[in-house]
Design a binder for this molecule. Structure first.
Ligand code: PBG
Length: 332
């Protein structure tokens, strides 16, 4: 872009008609940008709506498979899976069991829709009885054991790859997990499996509804010792740099809306494929306002999606993925 503003005129003429505005748009949300999250639960017998996320449900294995296949038919290119096991314990054993809910879901979905890119959330919080993302040392007052957690996370990632996952997405925020997971994947001959790292994951009030959906709220304490302080953008850049050095392929920033500045800096600085997570709280607040007639949901969501693209996102994880796809089709 030219920095010599004396050469520029105000672009009023370029806003004169919808057709012209469309021609000169700088950024455009595309179907391929959208990643649809899906919650698969082993504990339910039929789809169960998540109260704080109107329009989002937990699904049984069969329902999730049918839902993913249908979404793929409608044009969704990738899904992000979360598993809710019926059994939790302090070793998170169901996170890496071959017969775990996630592993079965990946196999079933890849079988039903081989071309659909399947991304798995790699974390322990849904599988730990205490709801933390890592191994807890109770004797030392409930501290999270970083290095002990790496082994379990690596096993989990390998088990997802073995089930057929295309991309594994570690969301735990333990230090060194990208390197540990990469090594474990390579050792197990899954060198083509991609790592999408939640490199900059802030400790956020906007995850509230998700913890209902994934049944992963910590039973004691909070996640502030391993998730980032919302005040720190420089630290976010360093976290991203570490993850890239540890060989992350795709960088994810989370949450989205309150962290557009971080997204922008990360994309500008590193240029890697960059994803943003439009999280549950961002979803819930617009849904609630729309249900009250205070906001136009479609307009607000499309503005937000465009803002993610403008700020540098190549990929957007959003609970609105199917609606956005439909709205894009209607606009064309
Ligand atoms: C943790 C995880 C969380 C989300 C995705 N993975 C929540 C947390 O850190 O408590 C949140 C996503 C959302 O709010 O939509 N494994």
């Amino acid at each position: 872009m030219s920095s010599d503003f004396s050469l520029l005129r105000r672009p009023r003429r370029l806003r004169s008609s919808a057709a012209i505005r469309q021609l000169v748009r700088e950024t455009q949300v595309q179907p391929k940008d959208l990643i649809l999250p899906i919650f698969v639960s082993e504990k339910i017998r039929a789809a169960t709506p998540v109260a704080s996320m109107p329009g989002v449900s937990q699904f049984t294995l069969d329902e999730a498979t049918a839902f993913a296949a249908k979404a793929h038919e409608q044009g969704i290119r990738s899904v992000l899976l979360f598993g809710i096991p019926s059994e939790k314990n302090e070793r998170a054993e169901q996170a890496y069991a071959e017969t775990g809910i996630m592993q079965r879901a990946v196999r079933a979905i890849k079988n039903a829709a081989p071309e659909l890119v399947v991304i798995t959330d790699v974390c322990l919080c849904e599988y730990m009885s205490h709801g933390h993302c890592g191994v807890v040392d109770h004797e030392r007052g409930g501290v999270i054991l970083n290095d002990e957690s790496l082994d379990l996370l690596s096993k989990t990632a390998v088990s997802h790859a073995a089930a057929g996952a295309d991309i594994v997405a570690p969301s735990d925020m333990m230090d060194g997990r990208v390197r540990a997971i990469r090594r474990a994947l390579d050792d197990a001959k899954f060198s083509d499996t991609i790592i999408m790292s939640y490199a900059a994951k802030f400790s956020s009030a906007f995850y509230g509804p998700f913890r209902d959906a994934a049944e992963s709220a910590p039973q004691f304490g909070d996640r502030r010792t391993y998730q980032m302080d919302c005040a720190n953008a420089g630290e976010a850049l360093r976290e991203v740099a570490f993850d890239i050095e540890e060989s992350a392929d795709i960088i994810l920033i989370k949450p989205g809306l309150p962290y557009l500045d971080v997204l922008w800096r990360v994309k500008e600085r590193f240029g890697l494929p960059t994803a943003v997570y439009n999280v549950s709280g961002e979803y819930a607040m617009i849904k609630a306002a729309a249900q009250n007639g205070w906001l136009d949901e479609r307009a607000a969501v499309m503005e937000m999606m465009t803002a993610f693209k403008r700020a540098g996102a190549d990929l957007i994880v959003t609970y609105w993925a199917r609606e956005v796809l439909r709205w894009l089709g209607e606009a064309a």
